[in-house]
Ligand binder design. Structure first.
Ligand code: CTP
Length: 404
């Protein structure tokens, strides 16, 4: 695994050097980026020797050999970023999306698991400002590990000590997950979209988001990095899932496109609104203004567009049909260039939209349609991953054969 260690200026910075050794000993590649103040506590040379890699300081404005900006290049290289020790200042900068040095700029360019290991005096750690910054990061899926209770550098003891390095090593390794899909990224969309007519009215559909949430949960359980782009639904975020909330089809399109190139499997479960209002009113419209009808525009077909923006990903669509299930599913398989279309009959009141149960038919290019009989959406998600899991592994293996 490729780990970027971000080292901040605190007494515990010397432990970052030990962590480099531990990570290398466990077979991982490590690169280090130091904040300005970190250099007062640990020298770049120490980290360079231990990591056998160049150490990143503040030289990011220099052009690289590939012409890529250095922070973007490093962010693309890393599979996990661990900030250790994280100072109150850097926790604040990360929480507020600031990019005023090489490390914070690289973190902003990174789209993967981030682990933050704070170490500071307990009075600082307990400050409401620091606590709420840490909470903000936690809510965004950042793993805040520690600090723990123990002896503090400034004397006395309290909550503020850097967590044990073996714990940190374990968290870093688990950030890639274990299980059959470890190391893979699964991107799932769920729920309806709302297309605003004016500030109080919108166009939408009956999707509850339950099937998409069940699939995202199952992807996480099988060890994948599970990213869920959710339309407006009230469901709790499943364990281990990174959730991005969106409202409209345009927002969903943008959120998916931004993450698609790094995904191995993309499952478009969302019932994306096919039409949006040509121009949304900024004030509530009078009845009389609506009586002439609405002017509508088609939204982009997200799944179809992924054939171009994420050609390497295994792409899966859902088809909600009320009649001619098979014909509709086969047409969508072709038109959207998907590997699988999962079809369900939404005219049945006992399954599908809004229900806790579903029954689906799985269509693929070279196999007969496969029925997954009526069961809870969690059970359907498990059965679907029994099919999609091996398919994505085979797809990845085939791609690497082509590349080599
Ligand atoms: N889809 C999409 N972008 C859209 C509309 C649909 O990505 N603008 C995706 C859905 O997430 C689903 C698949 O396409 O995975 C099929 O959606 P469905 O609504 O059944 O099909 P449509 O393309 O809308 O076709 P039709 O309305 O003709 O049935």
């Amino acid at each position: 695994m490729r780990v970027l260690l971000g080292v901040c200026g605190g007494i515990a910075a010397y432990k970052a050097a030990e962590l480099v050794r531990a990570l290398r000993g466990a077979g991982h590649e490590v690169r280090c980026a130091l904040t300005r103040s970190a250099e007062s506590f640990v020298t770049p040379l120490t980290l360079e020797v231990l990591s056998t890699e160049r150490v990143y300081r503040q030289e990011y404005l220099q052009p690289t050999e590939t012409g890529e900006e250095l922070h973007v290049e490093l962010a693309a290289w890393a599979e996990a970023i661990c900030v250790v020790p994280a100072t109150a200042h850097t926790i604040g900068r990360l929480a507020h999306g600031l990019a005023d040095d090489f490390l914070t700029t690289t973190v902003l360019a990174f789209d993967g698991p981030i682990i933050v290991a704070p170490a500071m005096h307990s009075i600082m750690w307990m400050q409401p400002a620091v606590q709420s910054n840490a909470e903000l990061l936690r809510k965004r899926g950042v793993a805040i590990v520690g600090p723990v209770i123990g002896e503090l550098a400034s004397g006395g003891s309290g909550v503020g000590r850097l967590v044990d390095l073996t714990v940190l090593l374990d968290v870093i390794e688990r950030s890639q997950g274990s299980g059959e899909l470890a190391g893979l990224t699964v991107l799932v969309t769920a729920g309806p979209t709302h297309e605003a007519i004016d500030p109080v009215r919108f166009l939408s559909n009956r999707s509850s988001g339950k099937m998409g949430f069940a699939l995202a949960a199952e992807a996480a359980r099988r060890g994948a990095r599970s990213v869920l782009v959710a339309g407006p639904v009230e469901l709790p975020t499943p364990a281990g899932v990174e959730r991005i909330d969106v409202v409209s089809a345009a927002e969903m399109h943008e959120a998916v496109e931004r993450r698609a190139a790094r995904a191995d499997l993309i499952i478009m479960v969302a019932a994306v609104g096919d039409f949006r209002v040509s121009s949304t009113a900024h004030r509530k419209l009078e009845k009389s203004e609506l009586s002439g009808g609405l002017s509508l525009q088609q939204t982009p077909d997200i799944l179809k567009g992924l054939a171009e923006s994420a050609p390497g990903a295994l792409r899966v669509g859902f088809a909600a049909e009320t009649e001619n299930l098979e014909a509709g599913a086969c047409r969508k398989l072709e038109q959207k260039d998907a590997a699988f279309i999962i079809a369900n009959d939404v005219s049945r009141s006992d399954i599908g939209f809004g229900q806790n149960e579903n029954e689906v038919l799985v269509f693929s290019r070279d196999a007969e349609p496969q029925l997954i009989p009526k069961a809870s959406k969690d059970a359907i998600a498990r059965s679907l991953f029994d099919i999609l899991g091996p398919a994505v592994l085979a797809h990845g293996a085939a791609l690497s054969r082509v590349a080599s």
